[in-house]
Design a protein around this ligand. Sequence first.
Ligand SMILES: O=C(O)c1ccc[n+]([C@@H]2O[C@H](COP(=O)([O-])O)[C@@H](O)[C@H]2O)c1
Ligand SMILES: Cc1cc2nc[nH]c2cc1C
Length: 336
Amino acid sequence: MAQTPATLDDFRAILGALPGPDTDAAAAAADRNGQLTKPPAALGRLEDLAQWYAGWRGNGRPALENPQVVIFAGNHGVAAKGVSAFPPEVTVQMVANFEHGGAAINQLSKAFGAKMDVHAIDLDRPTGDFTETPAMDDADVLAALLTGWNAVDPQADLLVTGEMGIGNTTAAAAIAHALYGGTAQDWVGRGTGVDDAGLTLKAQVVADGVARHKGGDGLDTLARLGGREIAAMAGAILRARVEGIPVILDGFICCSAAACLQAVAPDALDHCVAGHVSAESAHPALLAKLGKEPLLSLGLRLGEGSGAALAIGVLKGAVACHSGMATFAEAGVSAG
Ligand SMILES: O=C(O)c1ccc[n+]([C@@H]2O[C@H](COP(=O)([O-])O)[C@@H](O)[C@H]2O)c1
Ligand SMILES: Cc1cc2nc[nH]c2cc1C
């Protein structure tokens, strides 16, 4: 069991000494892949996925039986600026919906055999409006990172991190603008469905926030511009790395959390795949910055882990073929 970090510098130290994949297991998986009853590369990206999964699980012929979906919810001070099409009370209302089994992610978790947990983080205490103050101080961002860290089941063999938070596409856009530059317009999108005036306002809010909170590393950016659910996703993604649990990333907000880790350690997301590209307009650019090719492109813009949960099915398919198929020798099929 990994030791629980106690300070932000403990998180930075973990990012500075990340475990890599098991190269023997990855080599065994590559060898096995070459013997399976199919023309070479006929299973396309499924073959790469299975070998990637084998390396991170330390097993050349792995099973995928215990996926975990964790949803974090947070409220955002910047929502008071009018940057969302929905009011902030929807965050707590949707948490109740998750808990009663009525949200999309409940259905998708069930459909793909994942256990699902929900963590609402201080919803009655929104983060600071980042156009005026840092969203979180060090104690707040540490607490949120630890919520994510502690939410991961070390027995899980796959993790999906999802979120719910009215206003969080504005926070995610601010993180991306701070980390990658460009203009605020490059990184804002319609989120829950703001109109053209809302989009213009959102770009101004992001520009103001990023101008106010310059400098620092990825964790500083996470604190100043992010949100509690975003920090919790970052903490969970990092814990998964330490436990050897592969991660499927979800949409724009989830990827902004991941980006803060990668900004500190360039290899921090090697145990992650991108589940999908969402319809949030800047998600393709963010995925490009992360160096991730999405598995699915279905026009989703829901969040709550939905696109990543769907991709559990793709990864399960990849692992089932890799570990269950017969070899040419076993099946008595002539190799080409
Ligand atoms: O995952 C995405 O790419 C995504 C894109 C647009 C909206 N969302 C969801 O919508 C909420 C944020 O939208 P907004 O307009 O309030 O910033 C939040 O609860 C997210 O889960 C999520
Ligand atoms: C209804 C609703 C459901 C959501 N799920 C994730 N983000 C959401 C935003 C809204 C507004």
